[in-house]
Ligand binder design. Structure first.
Ligand SMILES: [Zn+2]
Length: 462
């Protein structure tokens, strides 16, 4: 991440229009709309916006084109960095920096002088970056037949490569930065869940990481461990990042919808000026005070069969929580911000953690293998507080989770929680202008409900 920020150092660097990291979306500017004489009636305003938007706002198609215009064609031939290559008969030797290894020792190993290293680093600002090299970084060296230094290459960032050359003629060092621009393609996908969410994702071309990102958007509304059913469906508009014509990595999710047991949730990524976040069609943040399921569902793979788990049958006390069967070691999250009021062990609960949250809510987590927090500690939502285990009076590894509101046990999967507050009035207008075309694009790729029904019926027959 730091490396990317260093791009600004170079005069000839291509400052990316799009921030590829940090789940960010492009800054797309929209024509400023002037709505004269906004009446006191919000309804009228909304109607005006809808009309204006229909004539003025860009479609996804435009966004796509906009992005493609940003792509710069590399001026230099692109270098394959993963193997020892030879271009113009130049042989390359790759060195991966190990922990505790300095550039100085690398030069020594290659029988190159410390004076040369000093001169390289002091050639200019760009070359100075070599002195801040971190373990795992790769430097490729090209040496002449007599072992003398000829060139080195170092990938400064995802899209920039530093090349240092020593000219044979006048023995001068020169540096240049070669760009390997990345290109973002916007893609759409949808799927129906017939087995696991990961399988459905795979079928529609999503990586597991992308499926996790998708689930992460709806983690405050849907319990992805216990509430996913056959026939649930999703649609997604997302980015794929390419470099040198090849898939490099997943990008961000621009918008997504998820239908769980007949209820559809939609989210659009938007920057209200304080950073990117996901908002529902009414402009409310998708983030709420409590996660529906307080554990990392990616650990519960399709090969793990929760039905194999049988809770303890003979209970002294009535069962007042939810049991999440999960492999030992699965990280358990704090469902919301709060303070640890208990972190201990007893023969019934095993290792357990209780968290006190605002508004009279306490959440309880039992049977950990390991606790990761201490009494009195402040925790934030999503922070790992322990790992799933089978300590205490249990027959198998699982998380026992309780949600207590004003001393009364509630079902955390259905308990009504306060909605996140919507965007400020002066921001909601811009949000709707931005989100409406994206949401209609999302609707257009939404899985046909009739097709889902047919699909499921065919499945039953076969
Ligand atoms: Zn239980």
């Amino acid at each position: 991440m730091n490396k990317k920020r260093k791009q600004a150092v170079f005069k000839n660097s291509h400052k990316p229009r799009f921030q590829l990291a940090n789940l960010k979306l492009p800054n797309i500017s929209f024509p400023k709309l002037k709505i004269h004489r906004i009446t006191a009636l919000v309804f009228t305003v909304l109607v005006s916006i809808a009309v204006l938007y229909a004539f003025s706002s860009p479609s996804i198609e435009t966004i796509k084109k906009h992005k493609q215009l940003q792509v710069q064609i590399p001026v230099q031939p692109l270098v394959n960095f993963t193997a020892i290559t030879s271009d113009d008969e130049v042989k390359w030797k790759e060195v991966t920096i190990k922990k505790g290894q300095s550039l100085s020792s690398i030069f020594k190993d290659l029988n190159l002088s410390q004076t040369l290293l000093y001169n390289i680093i002091h050639t200019n600002k760009s070359a100075k970056l070599l002195s801040k090299i971190k373990p795992g970084a790769i430097i490729a060296f090209s040496l002449l037949d007599d072992g003398q230094f000829s060139q080195l290459k170092y990938k400064i960032s995802e899209s920039e490569e530093l090349i240092v050359k020593l000219t044979e003629k006048d023995n001068q060092l020169s540096t240049e930065i070669v760009m390997h621009p990345t290109e973002i393609n916007v893609q759409t996908a949808n799927g129906i869940i017939t087995g696991s969410l990961f399988n459905a994702g795979k079928k529609s071309g999503l990586t597991d990481a992308m499926v996790m990102k998708l689930a992460g958007i709806f983690a405050w509304d849907i319990d992805f461990i216990l509430d996913i059913r056959q026939g649930d469906s999703f649609s997604i508009i997302y980015e794929k990042v390419y470099q040198d014509g090849e898939f490099l990595r997943d990008g961000n999710i621009i918008a997504a919808s998820f239908t769980n047991q007949g209820e559809t949730y939609e989210a659009v990524s938007y920057d209200d000026g304080n950073g990117w976040s996901y908002y529902n069609p009414e402009g409310r943040n998708m983030k709420k005070a409590f996660l529906r399921a307080p554990l990392n569902f990616s650990y519960i793979s399709s090969s793990f069969n929760p039905k194999r788990f049988h809770p303890v049958q003979k209970r002294v006390k009535p069962h007042r929580g939810i049991d999440y069967a999960a492999p030992r070691g699965t990280p358990v999250y704090a469902a919301g911000n709060g303070t640890v009021i208990k972190a201990g062990y007893n023969k019934y609960n095993g290792n357990y953690v209780f968290i006190k949250h605002p508004s009279g809510i306490v959440t309880k987590y039992l049977h950990f293998t390991k606790k990761k927090v201490k009494k009195g500690q402040k925790v934030t939502q999503g922070q790992t507080i322990g790992t799933v285990g089978s300590t205490g009076m249990v027959t198998g590894a699982h998380l026992h989770y309780e949600f207590v509101l004003n001393g009364v046990h509630r079902n955390p999967r259905t308990v009504k929680l306060p909605k996140a507050s919507p965007l400020a009035k002066n921001k909601i207008k811009d949000y709707l202008i931005y989100a409406t075309p994206i949401l209609s694009q999302l609707d257009s790729i939404t899985v046909d409900k009739v097709a889902i029904q047919k699909h499921l019926e065919n499945k039953k027959e076969s």
